[in-house]
Design a protein. Structure first.
Length: 366
């Protein structure tokens, strides 16, 4: 699996539409608040053209993509951190994810109710982020109370833990996300288990319709959103989710014709997934054979031994070496045979750091 992401935002902004487009699922998308009562969970396959290119050369019978797990969470409202709407139950669902997709409404439609009347993207972002901050404050304060009960003046570790918690609370009380707080590796280890919401990487998906997209003030508002996101090292993707939803269900040739007709250069859904890989520092390697070609997701910097364990624990336990071909060499020389003849196949040990696009064959003892 690639990663797990939670889709959040106010009610009626397009969360379930995005979920359905990503997963080709059937989450209920209706025009009333809280139509998502329980979180919808689905799988989104990660499209990678390299898989197809490898499979053509190897003539594999099957292509297996890697995937991300997507959780569609009920619309958040003001006071969610105190139980309003569907409250803390759904904020806790977000804690289980690796990243957050925050869907922001940037369109006016009388047929689709806005929970607070008029669409105001910046105000809506601020409201949701405030609830995430308030929820994190509650988690940090509760844990700080627990630590203080067992406080030992001679415990250097406890002192450090208390210090980082107090820094987090002070920062959050200014309604600033923890993504903007300088936290070193040691400090992060103390709070990692709390799964704080405002520490998670975030992608803002700005849901626009054609009318708004062409409006004169659109650029100004969008630039303000982008500036805000840049300050916390987040990503912003403008999309028309109704169009993306239509595209998701088309066959490949129909999709290509549609995109060409309307000048769409890249699938917005793929853009979201790629942004998640960038934010989470992930990459892909491949295994290839006649039976199947398969993509595997790992963190950048993962060594061959751990990459082998990603496939199966036996490969890691009996690891001998990894036979590695770069994707570019595999395509250039049209397969393993010519790669070997040209001296481009490499034998790597346990500590070799897998590179994005590597095609790997792990040799191991049974």
């Amino acid at each position: 699996m690639g990663f797990k992401c939670g889709i959040v935002g106010l009610p009626n902004v397009g969360k379930s539409t995005l979920f359905n487009a990503l997963t080709k699922g059937s989450a209920l998308a209706e025009n009333f608040p809280f139509c998502t009562i329980k979180p919808n969970v689905g799988i989104a396959l990660v499209y990678d053209s390299r898989l197809i290119n490898i499979a053509k050369i190897v003539q594999s019978k099957k292509i297996i993509e890697t995937f991300i797990e997507v959780v569609d969470i009920a619309g958040l409202v003001k006071g969610a951190s105190k139980g309003e709407g569907l409250g803390n139950q759904f904020l806790n669902n977000i804690r289980e994810t690796d990243a957050i997709i925050h869907v922001v409404r940037f369109f006016n439609d009388r047929k689709i109710l806005h929970v607070y009347g008029e669409s105001n993207p910046l105000q809506d972002i601020e409201m949701v982020n405030m609830e995430l901050c308030l929820s994190d404050i509650h988690v940090c304060e509760s844990y700080l109370i627990k630590i203080n009960k067992k406080f030992n003046a001679n415990s250097f570790v406890l002192k450090k833990e208390i210090l980082i918690l107090e820094r987090c609370i002070s920062h959050l009380n200014q309604f600033k996300s923890l993504r903007t707080l300088a936290i070193d590796t040691e400090e992060y280890c103390f709070i990692k288990h709390l799964r704080l919401l405002t520490l998670k990487p975030i992608i803002y998906v700005v849901n626009m319709n054609e009318e708004i997209y062409c409006a004169s003030n659109t650029k100004d508002v969008f630039n303000k959103i982008k500036k805000m996101a840049d300050m916390e090292n987040s990503q912003v993707i403008p999309l028309c989710l109704t169009v993306e939803s239509d595209l998701a269900y088309l066959k490949d040739h129909e999709k290509n014709n549609f995109m060409e007709t309307f000048g769409i250069k890249k699938s917005g859904l793929n853009h979201i997934i790629n942004s998640g890989y960038i934010l989470l520092n992930l990459q892909t390697f491949f295994t290839a054979g006649k039976k199947e070609v398969r993509a595997w997701t790992i963190s950048k910097g993962t060594v061959a031994l751990d990459a082998a364990g990603k496939i199966h624990s036996d490969l890691k336990k009996g690891f001998i070496r990894a036979q590695v071909i770069s994707y570019s060499d595999f395509i250039t020389y049209k397969g393993e045979k010519r790669v070997k003849e040209c001296g481009k196949l490499r034998n790597e040990g346990k500590q070799y750091r897998i590179q994005d696009g590597d095609i790997v064959n792990f040799l191991f003892n049974n």
